[in-house]
Write a protein that binds this ligand. Structure first.
Ligand code: NOJ
Length: 734
């Protein structure tokens, strides 16, 4: 439809019709047969609202959505189709590894392919827009939603934000969907890691570290932005005019649609910045939040707000126009069903091609954390005891993949059996959780979690099985419901039954390889001395177990590297590689002994740092070569390093570039990631990896809040992790 037509449409809508366009409701409103039932009365929604509402979310299936759309259009005077959104984050039925895992692949091409696959599965089922990517910067593993993020670094998150938006949206044809970046802003920094808690930080830190990834998504053209639940400088995002209007729209030029997170406008009342729904609606619309997700706050109050001259009707017109424009950009006025197709659903969803993509990404996301005495890869002719609650488990997709095709997920037991048949011995060992109360009330549970097993019996059997084997592979981890939304924890250790199982098995003095399935960095110091090998599988997705077996038996060489630090203990949190310099650093301080920045009972260093991950081969780094030690504002210098595979097998390595601004007008981080390249080398092969450094890489928000580079010395680090680096330096002359 031409732009002018959209305006004409807006002009002839009644005020009520416009207001109802701003309503976005949960798809549970519809019965299986696509009739409107559900929580209408509970929400205080009249039929009028339902017939004119703008959007629904989390309803799936081409046939059902076509019926819903038909029914809607029949009752809608203006023939404005519904926008159908969904929480398809990292997979519909074919599920990728969780973002915290796929971030660790450091492979932008592969991640983009993965996201394109996700978009395609969403599109054929009739979804128009997805609430993804989640690009919140995360540094506190107590927070359950770290699993949805690509980690602790704003440069890396920004790169992923861009390619994910591009992957979802493509050219917005029927194989792609509109992308809604979330949660704007700084949702990843709740105090104490407690879900929905206050976020409070300086504007400098917000701009420097937390905002860049959202900005990258906006610059990549994402069509929607979702508010966060938290406060930003004392004002919840959904009523924060500075954030949602001044920054997002005026400063960044975002022209798309904003969506409140689930009931977040109503929550302005609970936050105590609105007296009632009436005032919450006012704050929301004034802040520029277009869709009211889940509630009747807009639909019940905006009309009265206009009539009482509390708000300018212009605010409603603007919001509606943005929504109509989005529907128009998606081609919904011409084809309200868009990509929805029963036959394509059958053909595309879960196809072999899609599984291959999920497999490749899983293989590159898995991180080898420890490999003493080359316990890995496993030898196929040895008897292996596979033990643990994740050994024969299909819940490998993490919390945000409700529609994963679980029936077709192979367990680790099955994939290892495929490789070695009878040489694999198996025993369950224990439940995932000893205390189910912490995951109560989520509405659904894995059936495994619900079984109360007899631990003593399990343990006895596990020990017997282990006795007959030469190597033990122990599959441990968190319950799916321990991470994800509302999955904050104060304890980050494995469950006590799992620890006991490991302890008893370790007494057999056999090599133990532990494979961990989890949605966050865990505190693992209490298991490290008992395991020879440690593999971080995360929640690796529908093909995760296939990927794991390939890695365990050395058919694939692990190449994932952490994008979030593993703390040694809870007290260290937040611990991240790019911390600021202090006046009393551990090394090089003017003070000695006690009076430097440290803990008296723990190292400052994380257990495993950002960028860390082992391989079955070894890589040697030469010294850094700089094309010049002087950089001028309109020039660039090249920083290169020769990397050699000095081991026995082919492998992939993530070569990482970090920079430190030695003197700044404000305190600067000890290191900041500014580039990376994933390379593959045959044994004995070398490659020169080159990075370009220009003024752009040196910019930051200085004393006057200008985003600029400051003259002076810069250190350059290149290496295999944020800690394991070579060093050089140059001067920036401006
Ligand atoms: C709340 C979550 O915070 C958000 O990520 C999600 O997209 C919405 N619910 C919709 O389900």
């Amino acid at each position: 439809m031409k732009k002018e037509k959209v305006l004409e449409l807006l002009k002839q809508m009644t005020l009520e019709e416009k207001i109802y366009q701003l309503v976005q409701l949960d798809g549970s409103l519809y019965s299986e047969k696509a009739a409107v039932t559900g929580p209408k009365a509970k929400l205080g929604m009249s039929d009028d609202v339902i017939c004119n509402m703008g959007s629904i979310y989390n309803v799936f299936g081409a046939e059902k959505l076509k019926k819903i759309q038909d029914e809607h259009l029949k009752n809608n005077r203006n023939k404005i189709p519904l926008l159908v959104c969904a929480d398809i984050i990292y997979g519909y039925q074919t599920v990728l590894p969780i973002p915290l895992a796929f971030g660790g692949a450091w492979n932008t091409k592969l991640v983009k392919e993965g996201i394109e696959m996700v978009a395609k599965e969403a599109a054929v089922t009739g979804i128009h827009g997805v609430f993804s990517p989640m690009v919140d910067l995360v540094r506190d593993p107590r927070w359950g939603r770290v699993m949805e993020s690509t980690g602790e670094d704003s440069y890396l998150n920004s790169i992923y934000a861009k390619i994910e938006v591009e992957g979802f949206q493509g050219n917005l044809d029927n194989e792609h969907v509109a992308s809604c970046v979330k949660h704007f802003a700084a949702y990843g920094a709740p105090e104490g890691g407690r879900e929905y808690n206050t976020v409070d930080m300086s504007e400098r830190q917000l701009r420097q570290e937390y905002l860049p990834a959202y900005k990258a998504a906006v610059d990549a053209g994402c069509k929607m932005v979702m508010t966060s639940f938290n406060t930003v400088d004392g004002i919840p995002a959904s009523g924060n005019e500075w954030l949602m209007r001044k920054l997002l729209r005026d400063e960044w030029g975002f022209k798309g649609v904003t969506v409140s997170d689930y009931a977040a406008i109503k929550e302005l009342v609970y936050h105590g910045i609105a007296e009632d729904d009436f005032m919450a609606a006012k704050l929301g619309i004034e802040a520029g939040v277009d869709f009211d997700m889940k509630t009747s706050v807009y639909s019940n109050n905006l009309k009265e707000l206009v009539e009482k001259n509390e708000i300018d009707v212009k605010l409603i017109d603007e919001a509606v126009l943005r929504i109509l424009n989005l529907k128009n950009d998606l081609g919904l006025f011409e084809n309200p069903y868009r990509g929805a197709s029963k036959s394509l659903e059958n053909e595309v969803i879960g196809s072999e091609e899609h599984k291959k993509i999920a497999l490749k990404l899983a293989e590159e996301s898995i991180v080898l954390l420890k490999n003493d005495n080359s316990v890995l890869p496993l030898q196929k002719d040895k008897k292996i005891a596979l033990i643990g609650p994740y050994a024969d488990e299909t819940s490998l997709v993490g919390l945000w993949a409700f529609f994963a095709d679980k029936a077709n997920i192979k367990t680790l037991k099955a994939t290892m059996e495929d490789k070695i048949g009878e040489n694999l011995l198996y025993s369950q060992g224990c439940d995932i959780l000893s205390d189910l109360s912490m995951i109560e009330g989520f509405g659904f549970l894995s059936s495994k979690g619900l079984e109360k097993r007899d631990f003593e019996k399990d343990l006895e059997e596990a020990l017997k099985v282990a006795d007959d084997a030469e190597v033990i592979v122990l599959a441990l981890g968190e319950h799916t419901l321990q991470s994800g939304e509302a999955g904050s924890r104060t304890e980050l250790s494995l469950d006590k039954m799992q620890l006991k199982l490991l302890e008893e098995l370790s007494k057999l003095n056999k090599p133990i390889v532990c494979v961990m399935f989890n949605g966050r960095p865990l505190v693992i110091d209490n298991i490290l001395d008992k395991v020879d090998g440690l593999v971080e599988a995360w929640f690796p997705g529908t093909q995760g177990a296939v990927a794991l077996a390939n890695i365990l038996f050395g058919e694939v060489n692990p190449s994932g590297k952490l994008t979030m630090s593993f703390p040694r203990n809870i007290g260290q949190i937040p611990v991240h590689y790019n911390e600021f310099k202090t006046g009393r650093p551990l090394i090089g301080s003017g003070h000695v002994g006690r009076f430097v920045s440290k803990y008296i009972d723990s190292s400052n260093e994380p257990r495993y740092e950002f960028g860390y991950g082992l391989s079955y081969t070894d890589f040697e780094y030469d010294e850094i070569k700089l094309s010049s030690t002087i950089l001028k504002s309109n020039e660039c210098i090249k920083a290169s390093v020769l990397v050699k595979n000095v081991g026995q097998v082919k492998g992939k390595e993530v070569v990482q570039l970090y920079i430190q601004d030695v003197i700044g007008s404000v305190v600067r981080p000890v290191k900041e990631l500014k580039g990376f390249e994933k390379i593959e080398l045959e044994p004995n092969e070398s490659k020169e990896v080159e990075f370009i450094i220009s003024e752009k890489e040196l910019k930051f928000f200085g004393k006057d809040m200008n985003f600029a580079a400051e003259k002076g010395e810069f250190k350059v680090f290149i290496g295999a992790s944020s800690k394991n680096v070579k060093e050089s330096s140059f001067k920036y002359l401006g």
